[in-house]
Design a protein around this ligand. Structure first.
Ligand code: KG4
Ligand code: ZN
Length: 360
């Protein structure tokens, strides 16, 4: 089964093809440079850029694979959560394609797509704990199988990626700050006492990262006073050692906080022996290393996508679509697009064969 995946929930326009669970090809246009000018994603600009790129990227993918739209068995699209205007560009494109070719359509929960991406190139195993750490979400799940996940906890304020980006901004790093902060951290020495491990003194599996940006501002005032570097900082070479040390301490605080709540999730679900770790922050070198060590101690399996498949991409959407469609699941053309802040409904239906009205 050949599945086309479409991703447009934030600032990456991406399409990918997955055949029988294996990635065939992918195209992506990032808007990061445009939004960096404003220090964050501008929703109106994002949807306009998606509209500008979507058709051209689709044509490019078809041309590269010598395919026509009729060769696609299923189109899977990120239906949310995300920026509504951006999501609408992807879902409208997917629905148009399904209507035109009669192929099946699946509206994919973007968060589940991140986590299922762990199955690209490696076999998934269940039951599993899922930790999604992205720019908009930090959530823990218990997966019974690929399609059944129970939410265990989530952030009550900022997501981990948001903490990286907001602290990056305070430190004068170019937007989004997460990746550069990680690079600077590799050159620094962490002080384990500099930052708190927030929101651990409770019995739940929720997170709270909003206090870390205030802590970053205070630490910068105390430790970086009198130092200067080009703002926004783009190159690691221009960073003073003290900034690298601060980034290393920040990285450690985030990684240890994520680890503490994940350890708690495993303690409450001893049947789970696998961790699915995904989302943009799963590209972080220290987070990856810390969870690698932790799962080795647990004698369990860590499944984490390659760094390029941790941040937003369409391969994860196509793969999730393949998981659902190969179980006969899909949507009719009326499925809704879900903005950030609203739960994605569990409304897939059994849809045998190709769906949508056949072309006249
Ligand atoms: O999953 P993603 O691409 O988009 C959302 O669905 O939100 O995640 C983007 C987030 C951004 O906050 C970005 O700064 C962060 O992932 N990120 C990182 C790294 N690479 C991307 N954070 C820390 N270390 C990294 N290496
Ligand atoms: Zn994402």
């Amino acid at each position: 089964m050949l599945v086309l995946g479409i991703e447009s929930s934030c600032d990456e326009t991406a399409l990918a093809l997955v055949r029988d669970g294996a990635l065939v090809d992918a195209v992506l246009a990032s808007q990061a440079d445009i939004h960096a000018l404003f220090g964050g994603v501008v929703p109106e600009l994002a949807s306009r850029e998606h509209l500008r790129y979507m058709g051209a990227l689709f044509d490019e993918l078809m041309r590269r694979q010598n395919l026509s739209p009729a060769g696609i068995d299923c189109v899977a699209v990120s239906r949310g959560p995300g920026l509504l205007g951006s999501l609408l560009v992807g879902t409208a494109f997917a629905k148009g394609l399904a209507l035109g070719t009669g192929c099946r359509v699946v509206g994919v929960n973007h968060l589940m797509a991140h986590l299922l991406a762990c199955g690209l190139g490696q076999e998934l195993s269940f039951p599993a704990i899922g930790l999604l750490v992205s720019g908009g979400h930090t959530s823990l799940y218990c997966f019974r199988d690929e399609v059944t996940a129970e939410a265990l906890g989530r952030t009550i304020d900022d997501a981990a990626g948001e903490a990286f980006d907001k602290s990056g901004k305070i430190l004068g790093l170019s937007y989004p700050g997460g990746r550069l902060l990680d690079e600077l951290a590799k050159m620094g020495t962490p002080d384990p006492a500099l930052f708190p491990r927030p929101y651990l003194d409770n019995a739940n599996l929720d997170f709270s990262f909003s206090g870390l940006k205030t802590a970053a501002a205070l630490a910068a005032r105390d430790r970086l006073c009198g130092l200067s570097w080009p703002r926004p900082l783009e190159r690691t070479e221009d960073a003073p050692k003290e900034l690298c040390d601060l980034c290393a301490s920040f990285n450690l605080a985030v990684a240890e906080t994520l680890l503490a709540k994940t350890r708690r999730a495993f303690a409450r679900h001893p049947e789970a022996k696998t961790l699915l770790l995904a989302g943009g922050v799963a590209a972080n070198s220290l987070v990856r290393a810390a969870f690698q060590r932790f799962m080795a101690q647990m004698r369990g399996r860590l499944l984490v996508p390659s760094p390029a498949l941790c941040t937003d991409n369409a391969a994860m959407v196509a793969y999730a679509g393949w998981v659902y469609a190969s179980r006969g699941l899909g949507h009719d053309l009326a499925f809704e697009t879900v903005p950030r802040g609203r739960a994605v409904p569990d409304d897939m239906v059994l849809a045998e064969g190709r769906a949508g009205p056949a072309p006249c």
